[in-house]
Design a protein around this ligand. Structure first.
Ligand code: ADP
Length: 415
C-alpha cells in the first residue's frame, strides 16, 4: 500500500522531527540576515553611485577649473580635469590627461614658482597663490591656484586636487581702479602745485612792485647825474618789468578752469572715491567704513573737485594713522542736516590735531609733514566754499580727528 507524504512524516521519530524543524528555522533566519545584508550592500552601493554621480556633476558645473594629479608619479600627471579646466587652458581632454600639470600650464616660463609649489605639496601642505599662466595659444592669463593633497586611509598622499580660478578680469579691473586713483591723485597734486605757484606769484608780485617804485624814485633823484648809477637803475627797472611779466603769464596759465556743476549723488561719489582708494587703504593695513544716510537728496557740484576734497581728507586721515598700528579705522559718514544741508564727516583714529595747530590747518603752506606742501586743506576749503558749504575740523573725544563739510542740497549756481 502506498503511503502519503504526511503519513511518512508522521512516521519519523519525534526527536528527529523537532531537530529538523529547528535546523530549517535557523537556515531561514540566516538567509533572512544574509538577504538583508545583501540588500543593505546594494543600497549602499546605489547611494555611493548616486553620490559619485552628483559629485561629478557638481565638479563639472563649477566655473573654476578643477583637476586631479597623481601624486605617486614624479611628473605630476593630470588624471582628471573638468570642462572648465579645458576651456580655461584651451587644451582638449586628450591633450591634458597624463600630461605634467606644471609643464602644461606654462610653469616652465617660471620654474621658480613651480618648484615652490611642489616643495609645499611635498611637505603635505596645501598651496594657495596667484600665478601667471599660458593658454595653449600662448595667451597669458592670471589665475588663483589652490592645490591640496588627498590621502588614503593610511595617511599616504595619493593625489593632489587643484582648483584654478581665472582672475584676469579682476586684475584688469584692479589696475583700472589703480590708474583712476593715480589720475585723480595726479590732478590733485597738479592742483596743489598750481595753487602753490599761484600763491607764490602773488607773494612775489608785491616786493617786485616795491623794487620798481624804489628804483624809479632813485632814477628821479639822480636824474641827469651819476650816469653809471642811472645805467644800473635802468637794469633794475628792466629786470623788474621782466619778472612781473613772467609772473603775469604764469598766473594766466594757472587760472582755474571753470568748474562744471551737475546734479550729483554725494553717497555715490564717496563710494566711488573709497573704491579708488581701497587698494591703497588695505596696503596700509587700514580699513574704511562708510555710514551713508540713504537716500539723500542730490546736490549740485563739480564731480572732480568734490572727489579731490574727499580724496584729500581720506589721504590725510591715512597719514595721520600711519604711525600707529592700533589706529586702523577710518569712517566716512553722511547725513541730512535740517534745512537742506548735507553733512559729510571723515573721522579717523589717528594722531589728532595739536591745539596750537587748530587755527592754522586751513592756511596756505601750513604743514606738519616733512614732505608736505600744506595746500590740500586750503584748496579743499575753497572748493567746499565755492559749493556753498563749510569745511571744519575737530578732535574726537576718543582720539583722532574729524574733518567735516557741508553742502547745500540742490544748489544751482555757477562759479
Ligand atoms: P599736507 O598734507 O601737505 O601737510 P594739508 O593742507 O592737507 O597739507 O594738511 C595740513 C596739515 O593739517 C597737515 O600737515 C597735518 O598737520 C594737519 N592734518 C590734516 N589732516 C589731518 C588729520 N586727519 N589728523 C591730524 N592732522 C591733520
Amino acid at each position: 500500500m502506498k503511503q502519503t507524504k504526511k503519513e511518512k512524516k508522521l512516521l519519523l521519530p519525534q526527536e528527529t522531527h523537532s531537530h529538523l524543524k529547528e535546523k530549517v528555522r535557523k537556515q531561514t533566519d540566516e538567509l533572512k540576515i544574509k538577504n538583508a545584508q545583501l540588500q543593505k550592500g546594494v543600497d549602499r552601493e546605489k547611494l555611493a553611485d548616486d553620490q559619485i554621480h552628483i559629485l561629478t556633476k557638481a565638479v563639472e558645473s563649477v566655473l573654476d577649473g578643477v583637476f586631479v594629479v597623481d601624486a605617486k608619479t614624479p611628473d605630476f600627471p593630470i588624471i582628471y580635469a573638468n570642462s572648465s579646466f579645458y576651456s580655461l587652458t584651451g587644451y582638449t581632454k586628450k591633450e591634458i590627461l597624463g600630461k605634467n600639470y606644471f609643464l602644461l600650464c606654462g610653469f616652465d616660463v617660471n620654474e621658480r614658482v613651480s618648484e615652490e609649489i611642489k616643495q609645499i605639496l611635498f611637505q603635505g601642505k596645501p598651496y594657495h597663490g596667484e600665478i601667471a599662466n599660458l593658454k595653449k595659444n600662448g595667451e597669458k592669463f592670471s589665475s588663483l591656484l589652490r592645490m591640496a593633497p588627498i590621502r588614503d586611509i593610511q595617511g599616504e598622499i595619493t593625489h593632489y586636487v587643484g582648483i584654478k580660478t581665472d582672475i584676469t578680469l579682476m586684475k584688469e579691473k584692479d589696475l583700472e581702479i589703480e590708474n583712476q586713483r593715480e589720475e585723480i591723485l595726479h590732478v590733485t597734486r597738479v592742483g596743489k602745485l598750481a595753487e602753490f605757484v599761484s600763491s607764490l606769484a602773488h607773494e612775489i608780485s608785491q616786493p617786485l612792485t616795491s623794487i620798481l617804485s624804489y628804483a624809479q624814485a632813485a632814477q628821479r633823484i639822480f636824474a641827469g647825474r651819476e650816469p653809471q648809477l642811472q645805467e644800473i637803475l635802468q637794469y633794475i627797472v628792466n629786470d623788474d618789468h621782466r619778472a612781473v611779466e613772467v609772473i603775469r603769464r604764469l598766473r594766466t596759465l594757472l587760472k582755474k578752469s571753470k568748474p562744471t556743476f551737475e546734479p550729483l549723488d554725494i553717497n555715490t561719489l564717496i563710494t566711488d572715491t573709497a573704491n579708488l582708494m581701497m587698494a591703497h587703504i588695505t596696503a596700509r593695513n587700514k580699513i574704511i567704513k562708510l555710514k551713508l544716510d540713504d537716500p539723500l537728496p542730490m546736490i549740485q557740484g563739480d564731480r572732480i573737485q568734490l572727489q579731490q576734497v574727499i580724496l584729500n581728507l581720506i589721504s590725510n586721515s591715512l597719514e595721520a594713522m600711519e604711525a600707529s598700528r592700533e589706529s586702523r579705522e577710518l569712517m566716512v559718514e553722511t547725513s541730512l542736516q535740517g534745512a537742506g544741508m548735507i553733512l559729510v564727516e571723515v573721522k579717523d583714529s589717528g594722531c589728532g590735531i595739536p591745539l596750537e595747530n587748530m587755527n592754522k590747518l586751513f592756511t596756505h603752506f601750513f604743514t606738519s609733514k616733512p614732505d608736505g606742501l600744506g595746500m590740500g586743506l586750503s584748496i579743499s576749503r575753497s572748493i567746499v566754499e565755492a559749493h556753498g558749504g563749510c569745511l571744519e575740523a575737530k578732535n574726537n573725544p576718543d582720539g583722532g580727528a574729524t574733518f567735516y563739510f557741508t553742502l547745500p542740497v540742490n544748489m544751482k549756481q555757477d562759479l
